[in-house]
Design a binder for this molecule. Structure first.
Ligand code: FMN
Length: 212
């Protein structure tokens, strides 16, 4: 492997483009994802930073009809419950949002953090055990970018009852759900978050940055 300092300008602008064109995807085409491509993207997870080098990421591939049906039912119930938290125009808007691609996505993964792992010998996690979960989130980010670079989309689904999902997927004790992920080729490409396109929310103009 060639070790280098700064990467060339052309690479940096491509990296910037990749980050700008990463999207949360909820609308998928039905074409399958080649196993080798999926595995290549998943291997990006192993490049992620983790507290104490604990590598606490654990992945359940959700493949069976039963498992997918229970996850979809879980999402639909949680989404209906979330809708009750809004009223008036916001409720109408919420009801129109598409917040998961679980009906169509050819690949679906439940990603967990093993909160009981002994790997890393607890380094860095003694005062803030949630750092293990943050480690898994960093890994998801790398996976997300690797997928996008291959033309694939990822949709993060968090509107779920995690305990119910853990029971339905028979997740090992001590595993904490980080998210349910839908993966496949996106129906369309965009440089703008869907929640911005629909008028639900817009991105901040400036980075909140203060000096002390
Ligand atoms: C932790 C996390 C949880 C999310 N959960 C959901 C979700 O349940 N449903 C959904 O449609 N999008 C979900 N998203 C996607 C966000 O809505 C999306 O990232 C944001 O609107 C910005 O859009 P972009 O990712 O296309 O830039 C989640 C994103 C993150 C980081």
């Amino acid at each position: 492997m060639e070790l280098r300092g700064a990467f060339p300008e052309e690479f940096r602008s491509q990296l910037d483009l990749l980050m700008r064109l990463r999207r949360d995807v909820r609308r998928f085409r039905s074409d399958p994802v080649e196993e080798a491509v999926l595995m290549r993207c998943l291997s990006a997870i192993q490049l992620a930073p983790s507290v104490g080098l604990s590598e606490p990421w654990r992945i359940l591939r959700v493949e069976s009809e039963t498992a997918r049906a229970s996850a979809l039912k879980n999402f639909e119930a949680a989404n209906a419950q979330a809708l009750t938290g809004y009223s008036g125009e916001k409720a109408e808007r919420y009801a129109e949002l598409k917040l998961s691609g679980m009906r169509d996505a050819p690949v679906q993964l439940a990603v967990y953090c093993d909160d009981e792992t002994t790997q890393g010998h607890g380094l860095g996690a003694a005062t803030m055990p949630e750092m293990r979960r943050y480690s898994v989130v960093t890994a998801i980010t790398l996976f997300w970018l690797a997928l996008r670079a291959e033309g694939l989309g990822l949709g993060w689904v968090s509107v779920l009852d995690p305990q119910q999902l853990n029971r339905d997927l028979n997740a090992p004790k001590g595993w904490q759900l980080i998210g349910y992920f839908c993966i496949g080729y996106p129906e369309r490409l965009s440089d703008t978050p869907e929640l911005e396109e629909t008028g639900w929310e817009s991105r901040m103009a400036d980075l909140p940055l203060e000096t002390r």
